[in-house]
Design a protein around this ligand. Sequence first.
Ligand code: IMP
Ligand code: MG
Length: 173
Amino acid sequence: MPAEMIPVLSRAEIAQKVKTLAKRISRDYEHRELHIVAVLNGAFMFLADMVRELSIPVKIDFIRLSSYGSGTESSGNIRITKEIELDIRDQDVLLVEDIVDSGLTVAYIFEYLKSFRPKSVKVCAFIDKTERRQTHVAIDYVGCLVEHGFLVGYGLDFDEKYRALPDIYRLEA
Ligand code: IMP
Ligand code: MG
């Protein structure tokens, strides 16, 4: 049980960052139809907020993965448990993630999406956590850079706890 939850981002700060991101994305994809693929479960809240700020038409799909291993670290042993269902061939695709840590998950999904031969694939992550990056991933749209720590709230969980909190905290053991 964590002893402390240190506030990192308030709901007002989150809303501001989501707005800024959505504005950039709307501008970059103007007159195009964006096919969004969001990663379950963590990205659901960010996705819901972001799409409501977009001024372009979007189609939305989800992907879900399981990564063997436990605790707070990605094992890199990734398996898809829910495939995409939208036809993304020749489409502009935006992969939406809650947080990028080692980068292994995004790198894996990126290759998976490319196998459908879309016109383009870009990556949007609400949080870019650089401390434990293991593989280079280009994140085209970043809401917020956080150097270290394990974060919860706003879709992010620890063992399925804290996911529904509207603000983001760092867990301190
Ligand atoms: P990666 O493959 O190491 O980049 O990790 C990707 C996944 O691990 C994210 O989609 C999250 O679900 C989870 N994750 C990584 N860091 C955190 C964190 O600080 N809090 C909650 N979940 C995290
Ligand atoms: Mg995730």
